[in-house]
Design a binder for this molecule. Structure first.
Ligand code: 6PG
Length: 251
């Protein structure tokens, strides 16, 4: 399978490249006459650098709507909150209007939070019953266990191709999470995978070149056919695939 991948020296350069790509898509969307662009961002730790790069950019953030790929079942002030990570590194610095911020209410019962998030998405995209949103960009990461969003290996929601978001209990963290579901991830116009670090090298090789087993490698969801997918990798994460299995381009 040929992949559209960029390999950069380190997490900082990789994040900067991903930020440039996001802003390029945003600019093209606005130039085409759209009043705003939209993105669903992920959390964890890698995105901190990405958010800081985006915050530095000269961009009119009143023209962008921010959604989340997933959220932990915690209040927005909790150190584990993906919203908090984004707020502290992008939302505040870029002065993104509250009307453009579509927070998952992690402080609520996870099933209630998922329902409210779906209602927000349905309203924003003007969806009819059964329709799925098509985000301009979905930014995802990948865990060392090949999880993505809050879809961890073995999670039954990995088979859900029809619903927009759901609540998943993550046993390994003893934590409820709210997550976009595979149908939405697969429907993204562009998927930007930002994956850095040596601990991602082995799962990345499996995700890209192993058998299609999304229950085992959830990160294969929405990327295995490669459509609209760009991988932003640092050298450490690309260690096993740069031996020219794919067409991962070095900088
Ligand atoms: C989360 C994220 C999650 C993340 C991976 C990778 O809530 O933790 O949305 O899916 O993308 O855990 O995180 P890192 O890129 O920080 O390793």
């Amino acid at each position: 399978m040929s992949i559209d991948a960029q390999v950069h020296a380190d997490a900082q350069e990789t994040s900067a490249a991903c930020a440039r790509a996001i802003l390029d898509v945003f600019s093209k969307k606005l130039a085409s006459g759209r009043p705003h662009a939209n993105i669903a961002v992920s959390g964890g730790s890698t995105p901190k650098l990405l958010f800081a790069e985006l915050a530095k950019a000269k961009f009119d953030w009143t023209k962008a709507h921010i959604f989340w790929v997933d959220e932990r079942g915690v209040p927005p002030t909790d150190s584990q909150s993906n919203y908090k990570l984004t707020k502290e590194n992008l939302l505040d610095a870029a002065h993104i209007p509250a009307t453009n911020i579509h927070r998952i209410q992690g402080e609520l019962d996870p099933h209630v939070a998922a329902k409210l998030y779906v209602e927000d998405i349905v309203k924003f995209f003007g969806l009819k019953p059964g329709e799925l949103p098509r985000f301009d960009i979905v930014h995802r990461g990948m865990g060392p266990d090949a999880h993505t969003a809050s879809l961890f290996p073995g999670e039954p929601l990995i088979d859900d191709r029809t619903n927009i978001a759901g609540a998943a209990y993550v046993e390994k963290f003893k934590q409820w999470r709210i997550t976009l579901l595979p149908g939405v991830l697969m429907n993204a116009e562009r998927t930007f995978m930002l994956v850095c670090g040596d601990d991602k090298a082995e799962p990345l090789e499996q995700v890209l070149y192993g058998p299609f087993e999304p229950k085992k490698y959830p990160c294969q969801i929405g990327v295995h056919n490669g459509h609209g997918v760009t991988w932003f990798l640092d050298k450490a994460a690309a260690r096993l695939i740069q031996q020219s299995k794919g067409n991962a381009s070095a900088p």
